[in-house]
Design a protein around this ligand. Sequence first.
Ligand code: ASP
Length: 329
Amino acid sequence: MRKKVAVVFTGGTISMKVDERLAAAVPALSNEEIMSMVTNIDKVADIEVIDFGSYPSPHMSPTLIRELSKIVKDLIKRSDIDGIVITHGTDSLEETAYYLDLNINPTKPIVMVAAMRNNSELGYDGASNLSSAICTAVSNDSINKGVLIVLNNEVNSAREVTKTHTLSLDTFKSLEFGPLGIVDNDEVLFYRNIMKHEHIETDQIETSIELIKTCVGSDSNYMKFAIDHGAKGFVIEAMGRGNVPPEMISGIELAISKNIPVVIVSRCPSGRVLDSYGYLGGGKNLRDLGAIFGGNLNGQKARIKLMLALGKTKDLNEIKSIFESTFYK
Ligand code: ASP
């Protein structure tokens, strides 16, 4: 029997055109206009269009993502739906994708898709990406692989992928281990599996989480300011293997003394953090102070994970185990 795919439209460049007065791209296409460009898709699946909105992805918020997660969970429960495709802007796609990946049990394919070129540009890539995403969503091989991202004929895992280039169509990359597979015409081919799917079941999220990038001479002023203004968690993109300038230590100590989790990741584009260095501000020093290590997650994804972890528990040990007792720690 032919499969049915729910296509949830949230916005992004895939639904944009250039407004002549502004000479810049803005949301303009209706969901039906976008679907009508995906020629022959009726041969692949029945489509149910669901309108979530037409948000440029910098307009997405944790609260909107939580709403989207509920919608996807409800779609998974429907016996007539075999797979779910979600359109999204590329800018924050990896954050929404990772939130959904952590929060949803992927017993049906969940595929996110986007476009790098709007519909006024030469070579709009929205229609071909969307058809690849729908083909991926009808494949049984896409079940239990977490949330998948399909663009430019590649399939990547939400856990691993990041936007790497401001304009290239080949922008979504899993920097450490490469893509999961490809979409060749209407067929999805997986060359490797995801390693382990992590699940954080909660409807609560903590949104007051600051992401701080370290640089030469960084100090504790910003952290102290944020603590005074109600920050409930920090993710620090540390240097290299997970080290910070010594002047940041007093801010980290202050946060942990107030039961505010501090998650260390690296500002390097790939590789995991570890407590390898014993000098002041080195990873060992941070570990001894009670900082949590975020494995090879990038800063924006570690923040999403901390949002959900803090929604589930305020206990620093439990949060530490959510981050550190997984395969990816
Ligand atoms: N700025 C756009 C957005 O994220 C970019 C895109 O969709 O490609 O909404």
